[in-house]
Design a protein around this ligand. Structure first.
Ligand code: GTP
Ligand code: MG
Length: 213
């Protein structure tokens, strides 16, 4: 890919919020391919989405964990005409709990990930300073298995290490290696991302395009 093409393919010419779904009935009709973003609260999902969409605060960000409480759907169009949806998932509740403990809410997210027509990829975010902990392991495991039943094609799971600007130059490589190790069998190298410096934005766009095209 030439530099010029890369710029066209990652330049966002339109980005808008289209729906916030609190239950299955409020999901927008699946008229475009979708990519979901998941991770624990405060990991930087909304900030990453804003960076990807080149908007300052389209996806709301907050210092208060648990801020995103609905499935937020955004439509994005790139300069070369590619249009798709980004879906900001709420940042909690991945630990596998008993049926009684899991709210209707968690059932909704899980059925979205399992059954949504047009969902092509799920981006799993982990904080580069924390790596993959039990909750994320369960999330990644869930994503890997989400479509193992016959039906829609498998999800492409993309692992992203967020907030790389928070680790110094010397600590960076070991931190990314630790994230990879902690990802265990799922074994992919994380893509390094910072919403502050913009690191990783083009790489993530490239990965997403590969998943949807
Ligand atoms: P929930 O909606 O609660 O699930 O959180 P979230 O995952 O959407 O996180 P959000 O984007 O709201 O960011 C949480 C906090 O981390 C905010 O204070 C952000 O400014 C900060 N933050 C997010 N990304 C980065 C980053 O790449 N670098 C730094 N230094 N801070 C970041
Ligand atoms: Mg958020």
């Amino acid at each position: 890919m030439t530099e010029k093409n890369a710029a066209v393919e990652t330049r966002v010419v339109d980005a808008r919020f289209i729906a916030g779904a609190v239950d299955p009935a409020s999901l927008p009709p699946p008229t475009l391919l979708e990519v979901a973003f998941a991770g624990r609260s405060n990991v930087g999902k909304s900030s990453l989405l804003n960076a990807m969409m080149q908007r300052r605060s389209l996806a709301r960000t907050s210092n208060t964990p648990g801020c995103t409480r609905q499935l937020n759907f955004f439509e994005v169009r790139c300069a070369d005409g590619l249009a798709l949806r980004f879906v900001d998932l709420p940042g909690y509740g991945w630990a596998r709990r008993s049926k009684a403990e899991r709210g209707q809410w968690q059932d909704m997210i899980e059925s979205y990930l399992r059954q949504r027509v047009g969902l092509r990829a799920a981006v799993a975010l982990v904080d580069v300073r924390r790596g993959v902990e039990e909750e994320e392991r369960q999330l990644i495991q869930f994503l890997a298995e989400a479509r193992s039943v016959p039906g829609p094609r498998p999800l492409d799971v993309i692992l992203v290490a967020t907030k790389t600007d928070k680790v110094g130059a010397a600590a960076r490589k070991p931190a990314l290696e630790a994230v990879k190790r902690s990802a265990g069998q799922t074994g992919q190298s994380p893509l390094a991302f910072s919403s502050v410096t913009g690191e990783g934005r083009e790489d993530l766009w490239r990965r997403i395009r590969r998943a949807v095209l």
